[in-house]
Design a protein around this ligand. Structure first.
Ligand code: ATP
Length: 304
């Protein structure tokens, strides 16, 4: 099993009497793009604030890079770059000058500024004032700033929020490249399923402060129901054959049968049995719950 870069255990957090997080367990593997998905108000930003030691959980533990955050704050957080919603940018300064302010604070070599400008593709606009930047450019400048200290882990809160379609694509490509080409582990929150689906290797779904699912993105698909619909010549006889193979028919009409299956091999097995028994099979159609349906089902609300 790969190393965990973030591990939270049973985090609880309250705003006065309101329980915003309820036993939140997260396990973020090294090298992953980990999508933290949930509708508005689910608890994503609160969790991120706890990971960055900006809020303190009433109960539970946060480990970063295998070590307890509360015991090693400075050392651990120096390996983390973060972008939380709107990055703080001095609008009257240029992009480069903004990075210089942060560079002096964290004490990294000057050469690092050009390196991060190149990574986020802002070299050509580096000497323009930030007040003339598009929202997408501001986000990329925020990301450049988060990258200055060459962190091993990037925590990005809704990084594509408010961007236009080309800004979204640019940010997405950048995140994937930071993971693949620069070896960063990326923890990224979003309320937009399709965004997470396009980037993430691993996912956690949070709703009303509770984790509803955590695991591989593929695992979310494979845990879900698949159905096989078969159009055929002799429904009654086919039902008998299918039952004799220990499958359960969930629906049938005068022309077709529908049944839950686990894998592709089931389709082949059923088809062969039907054909061997002289039943004409006209069509085999398998369907799967979409990720969107799974997400809505897990969070029980429409929120896009
Ligand atoms: P969004 O995408 O809308 O930011 P989120 O998943 O990041 O949503 P949080 O901002 O973590 O959600 O909020 C979790 C819950 O805590 C929400 O019900 C929110 O209304 C509540 N909450 C957040 N900040 C405060 C606060 N300062 N005082 C009281 N309640 C708060």
């Amino acid at each position: 099993m790969s190393k965990l870069i973030i591990q939270t255990t049973e985090l609880d957090f309250y705003f006065k009497n309101f329980k915003a997080l309820d036993k939140v367990n997260l396990n973020v593997p090294e090298g992953s793009i980990y999508g933290f998905l949930g509708p508005n108000g689910a608890g994503k930003t609160t969790t991120i604030r706890i990971l960055l030691d900006l809020f303190h959980a009433e109960a539970g533990q946060v480990k970063l890079f295998g070590q307890d955050l509360s015991q090693n704050k400075v050392a651990l957080l120096s390996k983390v770059g973060a972008l939380i919603e709107n990055p703080s940018i001095y609008k009257h300064l240029t992009g480069r000058q903004n990075l210089e302010v942060v560079r002096r604070m964290i004490g990294v070599p000057k050469s690092r500024i050009n390196e991060v400008l190149k990574i986020v593709r802002l070299m050509d606009n580096a000497d323009k004032k930030a007040k003339n930047y598009s929202l997408g450019m501001c986000q990329r400048l925020g990301l450049a700033s988060a990258l200055l200290g060459d962190p091993d882990l990037l925590i990005l809160d809704e990084p594509t929020n408010g961007l236009d379609p080309s800004g979204i694509i640019e940010m997405r490509e950048l995140i994937i490249s930071l993971n693949k080409d620069h070896g960063k582990t990326i923890f990224l929150s979003s309320h937009i399923l399709t965004e997470i689906e396009k980037m993430a290797t691993d996912v956690a779904i949070i709703d009303q402060g509770k984790i509803m699912y955590e695991g591989k993105l593929d695992g979310l698909h494979s845990n879900t129901s698949k159905f096989l619909e078969i159009e055929l010549s002799n429904v009654e006889k086919a039902i008998e054959i299918i039952k004799s193979l220990n499958y359960t028919v969930s629906e049938h009409s005068s022309k077709s049968i529908t049944l839950p299956i686990l894998e592709k091999a089931d389709t082949a097995k059923i088809n062969k049995a039907l054909v061997d028994n002289n039943i004409d099979v006209y069509q085999l159609k398998s369907s799967e719950e979409t990720l969107e349906a799974i997400f809505l089902n897990l969070t029980k609300k429409l929120d896009q």
